[in-house]
Design a protein. Structure first.
Length: 170
C-alpha cells in the first residue's frame, strides 16, 4: 500500500512496527430459525488499521456495502479476508476508504469466524500522512493520538462509518 501511494518513510508501517497492538476475536453465530428478526452484527466499519478475517467453517453471513447495497462475501476455503480499517482511511486522507460491513445470521448452520485486528501503539498520532497532503489535497481528517482515537471510538455506539465521519474536518 505504501509503495502504491509513493510513501518512502514507512509512514503507515511505523504505526505497527514498534509496539503495535493486536487483538483476536473468535465469534460464534448460532443458527437462528428466524433470521429476518435479528442481525448477527449491525453495520459498521472496523476502527483498526487492518482486520484479517477467517470465515472458519465456510458458512455465509458477511456482507459488505457496495453502491448502497449489501453484497454477500462468499467464503473461500483457506482464504483470509483483509478489511481496510478507519485508521487507514484517515492515514491515506481518504484514498483507501474503510469498508462498511455487517453479519447476517444463518437459519440452519452456525457460523464461526476469527478476526484479528491490527492497531497502533497508543502514543502514535493518527492523521493524514504528511506526504499525501498538498494544496490541492488538504487534510480531510483531524490528527489525534491513538489513545484519544480509541477513547473516542469506545465512547460512541458503532453505527456504520459514524466515527470516521466524526474525524473529518469538512
Amino acid at each position: 500500500m505504501e509503495k502504491v501511494l509513493g510513501l518512502k518513510n514507512k509512514e503507515i508501517l511505523r504505526l505497527v512496527e514498534f509496539d503495535g497492538m493486536q487483538s483476536i476475536n473468535m465469534i460464534n453465530y448460532p443458527p437462528c430459525p428466524q433470521p429476518e428478526k435479528v442481525i448477527g452484527v449491525k453495520p459498521h466499519s472496523d476502527t483498526a488499521i487492518l482486520t484479517i478475517l477467517l470465515q472458519a467453517n465456510q458458512v455465509e453471513g458477511l456482507q459488505v456495502k457496495k453502491d448502497d447495497k449489501w453484497v454477500l462475501v462468499k467464503p473461500l476455503p483457506n482464504a483470509f479476508i483483509v478489511n481496510v480499517g478507519d485508521i487507514i482511511e484517515i492515514l491515506t486522507n481518504g484514498l483507501y476508504p474503510s469498508i462498511e460491513h455487517r453479519v447476517v445470521v444463518n437459519p440452519k448452520q452456525e457460523r464461526l469466524s476469527i478476526a484479528t485486528f491490527l492497531n497502533p501503539n497508543l502514543e502514535f498520532d493518527i492523521g493524514p500522512v504528511s506526504s499525501l497532503i498538498t494544496q490541492q489535497n488538504p487534510p480531510k481528517y483531524k490528527t489525534v493520538t491513538s489513545k484519544e482515537y480509541i477513547k473516542g471510538v469506545f465512547s460512541n455506539e458503532p453505527d456504520g462509518k459514524a466515527y470516521v465521519d466524526i474525524m473529518k474536518l469538512y
